[in-house]
Design a binder for this molecule. Sequence first.
Ligand SMILES: O=C(O)CC[C@@H](O)C(=O)O
Ligand SMILES: [Zn+2]
Length: 459
Amino acid sequence: MSDLREALLRDLPDIRLLTAPAELEHYGRDWTRRWNPAPLAIALPADTSEVQQLVRWAARHQVCVVPSGGRTGLSGGAVAAHGELVISLDRMRQVLAFDAAARLLTVQPGLPLQAVHEAAAGHGLIYPVDFAARGSCSIGGNIATNAGGIRVIRYGNTREWVAGLKVVTAKGELLDLNRGLVKNSSGYDLRHLMIGSEGTLGIVVEATLRLTDPPPPSQVMLLALPDMAALMQVFELFQHRLPLQAFEFFTDVALRHVLAHGASRALDGDYPYYAVCEFDAATEAAEEVALQAFEKAMEQGWLLDGVLAQSEAQAAALWRLREGITESLAPYQPYKNDVSVRISAVPAFLADMQDLLGREYPHIEVVWFGHIGDGNLHINVLRPADMAAEDFIGQCERVTKLLAATLQRHGGSISAEHGIGLVKRDYLGSTRSAAEIALMQGIRRAFDPDGLLNPGKLF
Ligand SMILES: O=C(O)CC[C@@H](O)C(=O)O
Ligand SMILES: [Zn+2]
């Protein structure tokens, strides 16, 4: 056993530490599966004071730290491949407090998103950020990446819902940021710096989340469309006429994978594009408005077919067609892009992007889908069975450079909601200017002068 590992076990005997190879492997990686995990050890602190002790120990020994949540990340943000100490927040998953008057829920960072939803529901409210990994991702990880998901179109990203954070810094200090205040005009809002900082500025040990009223009862539709131009027309029409909760799209290729993975077909025919749309429909009149919008889109030739869910089970089955895509592609270990442009720039960007992908990946399957209502597209590139992993990554990185340039021309972002991590680090300059990156580096140094927190991630 390494000297450092022995010192850790000796110095912090009361903190739960894991060092078995299978545990190092398990906690040292996320869903990217691209890097070989090689952490020093895994620490599972029980509370904030143990997180502080661990960070202080790491600072004393100049050991790098990787904060770790549900490790469902897709950008390598939680990978530990260079002897880092992984601080997993897995055991810190309690709901700590509910403030009814302020509608605030205070939780520990390891709490899965779904458990946050359940805790909110227990008070007759909702925490509205939602996405497919809800059962396994943690709220701390959501905060670290400013996670988005399927309800952003109505509720915004995680950032909108964080009213306060307690954070352990690289020196082991505890910061209590914003304390749930609605109004706090007292200088820099460090809480917002922490959100989306990917574990580089501190470790979230407590989060105070805003809750809100549940939406009215909703309806779910699956729409079949001829092309992306029609999709944008339908989106505009539906957004104008219906109180949308979600508007997501996927291609026929994505559908084929989800169906092969066990989902049930909802429409008889095969179509090039699909959208899942959820909207408030508390009354029959609201449903009537939706049907009129549907008919108008059919008349215009923007829609080829569609179905309105007739039960909760059918609504869930329609959602599965969209939400099951990532899992259905996982066996291919896809190379992922997660890009965004302003919604008004989507048509022009899409035209360039389709050209680029068609040209650069002529014999490679590319699956795309995403949160079109937010201008956010997920591109999953599948490695052909006869192509070496290294060659595949090399080709994808070359294309991503071209994609980054395309995004830059359209004012977009190389990471819409998954974070930069390791995967997109080399392309950060396409989205953020040199001046911005220099300022971000300065901020990082101010919080973490020795560069011990999640090194190599982000930049
Ligand atoms: O797998 C992906 O590329 C996207 C995952 C997730 O952000 C989603 O929208 O389903
Ligand atoms: Zn997504």
